[in-house]
Design a protein around this ligand. Structure first.
Ligand code: ATP
Ligand code: LTN
Length: 332
């Protein structure tokens, strides 16, 4: 029998998960376990490139695990783990830092963004973040890395690092492909349709644990445009707010833009905005309820992350051992 292809992704538990994270990433992870060997983790090592409140970080990490499960990632079929529980991530990251160039790190959009936002703390970890992310990925030899569009550049640098390493030492790493969804790849903020939905603008950000009344309010207040006719049609450039809502509605319902245009023909934004809100509320409701149920069972969550780290650790260690041997470290 042919071995299953491998899929891997992670999200930083640095904030509460939101609709962008769900539609851009997690939704595309669920239901893949039959076809792929899947690894998903809480990227806690990455979060400390920006200052975190320790108690909150711990809480968010566990909540995120409960949310992964509530979103349909069955821990029996997917390997779910906490990044810091598998030491090979930090170990391989060091090696890969020595195969990552200063120039290429300087060009990373996320580094430029975050260093301008956190000017008082432009630390070395923020700069070398992509080498750690490359380690996260390459340890598991995945075929695909399902992420939102903003992470594409990080998967590309991972590929460059893998190819560079392979060119010197032979075929050590599989060179992975990013896997980016058609609808939902980039969800924009409801109040700032020019920028991606982000927890740093909470009024335009729909959090997965938000109460339905709060979600409804956020959609009612979504920014549209001054089109007098309130026409619902897709024009990203001139009607970014409406385009964003259509993209969300399409990702949630599976309907095409033409179908959505027909559905709301002549109805205006007053009908369209609450309808998108309602669809999102109904999609998130069972996930939120299930998250709350799972969160109450701490012993279960602990058993999941322990088993996950053990499984992940075995696979990761195999790759790390190979890398250590290739670069010339003496076997312990
Ligand atoms: P931010 O800090 O800007 O709120 P985030 O930290 O919540 O973003 P990340 O941890 O950077 O999100 O990303 C987690 C996953 O969710 C990644 O795969 C990323 O591509 C995806 N993602 C994040 N925001 C969006 C968005 N607005 N639209 C689509 N995908 C997104
Ligand atoms: N950089 C990603 C989180 C992340 C990740 C990964 C995603 C860390 N390691 C490995 C995919 C694969 C982010 O900020 N969203």
């Amino acid at each position: 029998m042919e071995a299953k292809k491998v899929m891997l992704s992670g999200i930083q538990p640095s904030g509460d998960l939101h609709l962008g994270n769900y539609l851009g990433a997690i939704k595309n992870w669920a239901d893949r376990a039959e076809e792929f060997d899947c690894y998903y983790f809480m990227a806690d090592l990455h979060t400390i490139t920006v200052r975190q409140d320790p108690a909150l970080l711990r809480k968010r990490t566990i909540t995120q695990l409960a949310q992964y499960i509530a979103c349909g990632l069955d821990p029996e079929k997917n390997t779910l783990f906490i990044q810091s529980h598998v030491p090979a991530h930090a170990q391989l990251a060091w090696v890969l830092e020595c195969y990552t160039m200063f120039g290429e790190l300087s060009r990373m959009t996320q580094f430029k963004d975050k260093s301008s936002k956190h000017q008082d703390n432009i630390n070395a970890g923020l700069f070398t973040y992509p080498s750690l992310m490359a380690a996260d990925i390459l340890l598991y030899q995945p075929d695909y890395v399902p992420v939102g569009e903003d992470q594409k550049q990080h998967v590309e640098i991972t590929r460059d690092i893998a190819v560079r390493f392979n060119n010197i030492y032979g075929d050590v790493f599989k060179v992975p492909e990013p896997y980016i969804p058609k609808a939902g790849a980039r969800v924009y903020g409801l109040t700032t349709p020019g920028d991606k939905m982000s927890k740093s603008v909470p009024e335009g950000c729909v959090f997965m644990m938000d109460d339905p009344a709060v979600i409804a309010k956020k959609f009612k207040r979504a920014v549209t445009d001054s089109d007098r006719e309130h026409c619902v049609y897709y024009d990203r450039e001139n009607k970014p707010g409406v385009a964003n809502l259509m993209n969300i509605y399409s990702a949630v319902t599976g309907k095409s833009y033409e179908e959505i245009e027909r559905e709301f023909d002549g109805q205006g934004y007053g009908v369209f905005k609450p309808a998108v809100g309602e669809a999102v509320i109904e999609m998130l409701r069972p996930i939120r309820e299930e998250t709350e149920r799972i969160l109450a069972d701490k012993a279960y969550l602990e058993s999941v992350y322990k088993a996950g780290a053990e499984r992940a650790g075995r696979v990761a260690f195999k790759t790390l051992r190979k890398v250590y041997k290739k670069v010339g470290f003496v076997a312990p």
